[in-house]
Design a protein around this ligand. Sequence first.
Ligand code: KIV
Length: 290
Amino acid sequence: MSTTFQLDTSTSRANPTPQVMKRLTVPKIRQRKKDGVTEDPLVMLTAYTARQAQLLDTHCDLLLVGDSLGQVIYGLPSTIPVTMEMMANHAAAVVRGSYHSVVVVDMPFGSYESSPQQAFESAASLLKLSGAAAVKLEGGVAMAETVAFLNQRGIPVMGHVGLTPQAVNVLGGYAARGRSDTEAAKILDDAKALDEAGAFALVIEGVLESIAIDVTKAVSCPTIGIGASAQCDGQVLVTEDMLGMFERVPRFVKRYADIASIIEKTVVSYAQEVRNRSFPGEEQTYQPKA
Ligand code: KIV
């Protein structure tokens, strides 16, 4: 008999509704593209918290713990200051809140670029601390050796080409990429190099649609577009952007809801009820048991 005293936490908010479901795997995601065709497009959204993951999980194939959490959660000006600790903690929360999707965690700026060995240590640490299944990193040809190194050592990698936000200081902003022939050719070369290095999927962000289509045809792994093309093998958006949490979003975002105004209206009601003392009411207060 165990002598360990355990609190009954069955009513805790953190307890997800049990779901009998098998988690997808990286090979299953990779196999969705067969002979250059993806019949069933991949659905990916960003998630940063356990509750958000619970709500998105059954509807997605992949949940991306993106380093966009720097701006979305922490109010940082870019993804540059995002740390390993932030990524590991949020990824662990998303893994706890999901049963079905493959959880992919972004490698933060500075944690992988200097060598394949540095990348392995950082990626291994992210996977160990969070339980996520794969990492994502930005860059093309320059990162191909690293992608192969990680892949051969048991770490699946999702690539990210086109507009790569961690390179904002080199690019000078977040404008769409590939407007010149040279840049378009470079994006295609980057994608091919990552595919050959063994990336299991590629995010293509903020490029002219023709480039996204060319890349999707040229690589054997699935492409996941954001500001790219409906002809990619899947799509991703930042969840808060598509929910309508922010006033300003990139042109490629479709707002599927206006959650910001729902929150605002709700808070106005709460504030009024606090101020006129109608909250808490009878239902929300405790009285002696009869
Ligand atoms: O950090 C992120 O959320 C991303 C997606 C926008 C692809 O990289």
